[in-house]
Design a binder for this molecule. Structure first.
Ligand SMILES: [Zn+2]
Length: 228
């Protein structure tokens, strides 16, 4: 089902409910998203957070609460939503595949800290990323950084998975990229249905990973327990 969503149309909130429907593989960003710089955004969000807290009835003159609006505003802009700003995108430094290694490379158990865009609650889990080089390789930590960059946005897990694959396909100049994410959504675990055990698995398989055997090899690797 494809919903036609308009950001000004709040009537669809009940229709979407807790179903976590993503509407596009691109993050819905406004055209004027970067008209304000980070400091200007922080100043505005401080007032917004203060307003929410006061509306809830909290006394912001209390020492414990007085710094919260600024703390939250800085955290939104500089940390958990910093991946909205393209200037924070990891630089794409690639290398020639000098080892002629032509099997798949898997980076597994990459920590994912993201935020559900429907509830602004944490998504916490692991991403497993793989590619088969066609002559270009990236540093291993680059894969972690790409995961982290796209995770630091209001997200739906399906979109996050696709954005990671797309970015690596572009950096590595190959379609042969895959990503599996297994994550817990606090909006499911801590509220609503309150199922603390459930987690969500999403996957995106590009190029050779659409082949059943290649896909299975990748899935086998990510089940290997790594002991250090
Ligand atoms: Zn949610």
């Amino acid at each position: 089902m494809k919903l036609n969503l308009n950001s000004k149309d709040f009537d669809n909130v009940d229709q979407i409910g807790d179903n976590h429907i993503g509407t596009s593989s691109d993050t819905p960003i406004r055209k004027d998203a970067f008209r304000l710089n980070s400091d200007e955004k922080i100043e505005i969000i401080i007032d917004d957070v203060r307003h929410i807290m006061e509306t809830l009835g909290l006394d912001l003159s209390d020492d414990s609460l007085s710094g919260t609006p600024k703390r939250v505003a800085k955290m939104f802009v500089n940390e958990i939503f910093s991946g909205l700003d393209p200037k924070n995108k990891p630089k794409a430094s690639t290398f020639e595949n000098k080892y002629n290694y032509d099997e798949m490379l898997v980076e597994k158990n990459i920590t994912v800290y993201s935020t559900c865009e429907h509830h602004l609650l944490p998504i916490v889990g692991r991403a497993h990323v793989a590619y088969i080089s066609n002559g270009t390789v990236v540093g291993l930590s680059k894969m972690n950084r790409i995961v982290d960059y796209y995770a630091k946005r209001p997200q739906v897990q399906e979109r996050l998975t696709i954005q990671i694959v797309r970015e690596l396909q572009s950096v590595l100049n190959t379609k042969d990229v895959a990503c599996v994410i297994d994550a817990k959504h606090l909006c499911v675990n801590s509220r609503g249905i309150r199922d603390i055990e459930s987690s969500t698995v999403t996957s995106e398989f590009g190029g050779k990973f659409k082949n059943k055997e290649v896909r299975q090899e990748f899935l086998n690797y990510i089940q290997i327990e790594t002991k250090s």
